[in-house]
Design a protein around this ligand. Structure first.
Ligand code: GLY
Ligand code: MN
Ligand code: MN
Length: 462
């Protein structure tokens, strides 16, 4: 954990932002895989971690803004529990590192909330993504489970986003610890991959790198020769000479800050001519986007610039035609680049996504586009120092999308369907890095992971 003062200070800032009432943070519980005692790996809720740091199940935290009280509610373990779990400290002692002075049994929480609701005091809570916590809140608040996420506190969401969006030096150090693991995950995959082995052999080794560094994946690993499947989690293909592989993976730091890196490389270790050409289009979209990043620039404009680099590059290769600016304004580039350029990253790999993407990435100065492709941009607002974002452009040949658009006669002024169809089966390329916006520009976080064609081929040959 960070020093208790870090958590005390974060809560003090939060209390200053919320006018009155009670703020409830339900911690996460163990999640059963197939029977109660056989659980998935435990992951604490990220906002709970941000304000309290306590990394174990069975907790709920309450901040009483009006009476300046902070309480951790939880279990006191008995000897029956200790038989299975080993020695346990009393709850009050466990809460100490969070700088919380009061620890009470869970039964007291119900009393406290009832009392507050009877006095017509406001109960603030964040959107909930786990069903057991929705039920917990239903019991406490008397609000039906189907209405829990309709009664969230917008005031609290905005306050939390205004804090968690700006990473302190110590948070950036955590992200860089996760990136240190990412370096090893990626270079191992490049070395290990070769024709005749299954994707799961490498995917397992990659996750094993994180586990062997006392870390877990920050999201399910994407590792596949089917690069055009954006979030495909199957690793069942046999690697073949001539295929490209995408590895989109991440690890967690000791305090659960994420990394999120994508590299695309050839199974054989050498790019073919067309693979190199398209790789370099995506490389340019990635590096030029990163170059633009500094305070005051809208990330929407960084996204649109990378879309233009892609459209321009695809034009030079004969896949697109016409005026690049017009093509991007119309959304024709989205045939190849149908997703957003990036997202915030921190305690969540898509940081604060559970609070609502529009709160995190949009504000009164920038509204979400309704155009296919750009509509998926998760973060569009102005860059500010302390914000960490991924930059992850890609070019894909998605057979279903190509045949649909062609049949609809879509963007025939900008897309050379004949040439595109010659390359169905190309799959795709994505390149992703994690970038901190600084006072005067940006910093690519972590030790550089092989990225140019030459660096990637060299790493594959290692
Ligand atoms: N979790 C996949 C990505 O956003 O890169
Ligand atoms: Mn990723
Ligand atoms: Mn990402």
């Amino acid at each position: 954990m960070f020093n208790p003062e870090v958590y005390i200070e974060r809560r003090k800032t939060l209390k200053d932002k919320i006018k009155s009432g009670l703020i409830l943070f339900p911690g996460n519980e163990e999640s059963p895989m197939n029977y109660t005692a056989n659980t998935f790996h435990f992951r604490q809720d990220s906002s709970f971690l941000y304000y309290f740091g306590l990394d174990f199940p069975g907790l709920t935290a309450l901040i009483d803004v009006d009476n300046d009280q902070e309480i951790i509610f939880g279990y006191e373990f008995t000897v029956d529990d200790i038989v299975w779990m080993g020695p346990q400290k009393p709850l009050a002692e466990k809460a100490g590192p969070a700088g919380v002075k009061q620890a009470l049994p869970l039964e007291k929480l119900e009393e406290k909330i009832k009392e507050a609701l009877n006095a017509n005091r406001q109960l603030h809570y964040l959107p909930q993504y786990r069903h057991d916590n929705i039920i917990k809140l239903e019991k406490l608040s008397g609000i039906h489970n189907s209405e829990i996420n309709k009664n969230v506190s917008e005031e609290l969401i905005k306050a939390v986003v205004s804090q968690r969006s700006y990473k302190s030096g110590e948070e950036v150090k955590e992200i860089e610890q996760a990136l240190d693991i990412s370096y090893d995950m990626n270079t191992l995959a490049m070395k290990m991959s070769k024709p005749g082995i299954y994707e799961y052999e490498v995917a397992g080794a990659v996750v094993g790198v994180a586990n062997s560094r006392n870390s877990f994946s920050s999201f399910p690993t994407i590792f596949s020769s089917q690069v055009q499947v954006l979030h495909g989690h199957s690793h069942n293909n046999l690697m073949k000479e001539g295929d490209l592989l995408v590895l989109d993976s991440g690890a967690e730091s000791p305090l659960h800050y994420a990394s999120d890196i994508t590299r695309t490389y050839p199974v054989s270790g050498k790019f073919t001519d067309i693979q190199r050409d398209i790789y370099n289009v995506v490389f340019q979209a990635n590096t030029q986007a990163i170059e633009m990043m500094k305070p005051g620039i809208y990330f929407r404009d960084v996204h649109l610039h990378s879309a233009k680099v892609i459209a321009d590059g695809m034009k030079q290769l004969g896949f697109m035609k016409g005026d690049t600016d017009d093509a991007v304004a119309a959304g024709a580039h989205a045939l190849f680049f149908p997703h957003g350029l990036g997202h915030q990253m921190g305690l969540d790999v898509h940081d604060m996504e559970s609070l609502g993407e529009d709160y995190v990435g949009y504000d009164e100065t920038v509204k979400r586009s309704e155009q296919f492709g750009t509509a998926y941009l998760r973060f569009a607002r102005k860059l500010e120092p302390g914000i960490v974002l991924t930059v992850e452009p890609g070019v894909y040949f998605m057979p279903e999308l190509i045949s649909l658009w062609k049949s609809q006669g879509k963007f025939t002024d900008f897309i050379n369907y004949e040439k595109v169809e010659e390359h169905i089966g190309f799959t795709g390329v994505r390149i992703e890095d994690d970038i901190l916006t600084t006072e005067d520009g940006h910093r690519v976080l972590g030790k550089p992971i092989p990225k140019t064609v030459e660096e990637v081929e060299e790493a594959c040959s290692g």
